[in-house]
Write a protein of this length. Structure first.
Length: 423
């Protein structure tokens, strides 16, 4: 049925009942709210360039569609009801996107307005579908859905989808900037309390942030680099390394957990830097986010199974055999209670016994193991060995020769190479 075939009625239908309320109050208030919110948000909220473009487009489409709906009903056009439904479907989509963004950013300042819009759009969609007054004013058989409204709805969906896509892309960057500012303020407040006496010989001198690295600078007043053997420095490094890892794995103080969670789960690494009593550099211990996640998981397992080291060893043994030390094979692990050691049984590549004796001397194998300790950063059994104060012993054998040679790492001396970078 064409426009000329629409039954001619006066517009008194528009001046009574819920249809009158919808057109002159609901749409009027909606248009006024659009204008007020647009001005308020545009002048008070900091937005990126792409957000401004999306915001203007969404505002323009909403206003345009409200005007189309009002004119269509005033002129009793056959597309009036379809245009109104299109408007409220767009409002529903906008509301759902708004709720998603509130949850994504954990910010619920405007959630009441968003829920009110969602409720209002749903109510008016039901009204337009069920109202006898609307059916009387624009009969069902003459209604049409114009290409213009379809294109406007499609454009609206594209704009909302683009907005969500950009939010996902830039959210990590935005969160990192915000978290970086918070962490920097925390470190500045902590630094104002320095120097802090940790124990009788250790002082925390300074904390600061360098790019994505959080630095804790300590001074050990009982050590002088000039009067100390390198072996003693290495032993002290191993002790501090294991002590820090144990602390991070086993800490239970809620404030400390919240602090370190904010560091590592925001992508920061933490460096513990040590100097001697003369302010000469001794060593540094680096903890990466992947280390922290592993340590916290190990701490949970350790607390749950603290009475059973054998349970952890059995769990490791069930994973074997596995490649180890590049071209070797880890065959078995077990607990040697006589030597208080966790033993790694490793099979070397196949070679003649005489050639192996010449090439694989004790001195060579000791250095071979030390040079490859960085490969063991993710071997959780090392952490448990430290927690239980165990030695580590690597028992190397040839396919045809058991117990060929062994390398022992006493408790407190096995640690990852600090020059290794995070994978």
């Amino acid at each position: 049925m064409s426009q000329s075939q629409i039954p001619k009625k006066n517009r008194q239908e528009l001046m009574r009942g819920w249809l009158s309320f919808y057109l002159f109050v609901a749409l009027g208030v909606g248009l006024l709210s659009c204008l007020i919110l647009f001005y308020k948000n545009w002048t008070t909220i900091e937005m990126m360039q792409w957000q401004k473009v999306d915001y203007v487009l969404i505002f323009a489409i909403n206003v345009w569609m409200i005007v189309i709906v009002w004119r269509a009903f005033w002129n009793k056009s056959p597309h009036a009801v379809s245009a109104a439904r299109t408007l409220h479907i767009a409002m529903l989509i906008d509301s759902l996107c708004g709720i998603y963004l509130c949850i994504a950013y954990n910010s619920f300042v405007n959630i009441s307005n968003t829920i009110a819009q969602l409720f209002g759009a749903s109510v008016w969609l039901v009204y337009l579908s069920r109202s006898k007054q609307v059916k009387s004013y624009i009969p069902t058989e003459i209604r049409i859905w114009r290409l213009k409204e379809k294109l406007l709805l499609a454009l609206f969906i594209v704009v909302e989808a683009t907005n969500l896509m950009y939010v996902h892309r830039h959210r990590a960057e935005s969160d990192l900037i915000n978290k970086s500012a918070v962490i920097e303020r925390q470190l500045e407040q902590y630094d104002q309390q320095c120097p802090i006496q940790i124990d009788s010989v250790t002082v925390l001198n300074k904390t600061f942030l360098v790019d994505s690295l959080i630095v804790y600078s300590y001074r050990i007043t009982s050590v002088s680099l000039r009067g100390t053997e390198r072996g003693e420095i290495d032993w002290l490094y191993g002790k501090q390394y294991q002590s820090l890892r144990r602390y991070l794995a086993m800490m239970e103080d809620p404030e400390a957990i919240q602090l370190f969670d904010s560091y590592f789960y925001s992508g920061y690494s933490v460096t513990y830097q040590y100097v001697d009593r003369d302010w000469q550099f001794l060593f540094r211990v680096d903890i990466y986010p992947s280390d922290y996640r592993k340590l916290r998981a190990l701490g949970d397992v350790y607390r749950a199974k603290a009475d059973s080291l054998q349970w952890v060893i059995d769990m490791r043994d069930d994973e074997l055999p596995l490649p180890y030390f590049s071209d070797c094979q880890l065959i078995k692990v077990w607990h040697d209670m006589i030597s208080n050691s966790i033993v790694y049984d490793i099979e070397l590549p196949d070679m003649e016994l005489e050639d192996a004796k010449k090439a694989l001397t004790q001195e060579y194998m000791d250095q071979f193991v030390r040079d490859r300790l960085y490969e063991l950063r993710n071997d959780y059994l090392f952490d448990f060995a430290d927690l239980y104060e165990k030695n580590i012993r690597f028992l190397f054998h040839l396919p045809t020769q058991p117990d060929f040679i062994s390398v022992k790492l006493p408790y407190g001396t096995y640690q990852a190479d600090t020059t290794a970078t995070e994978p």
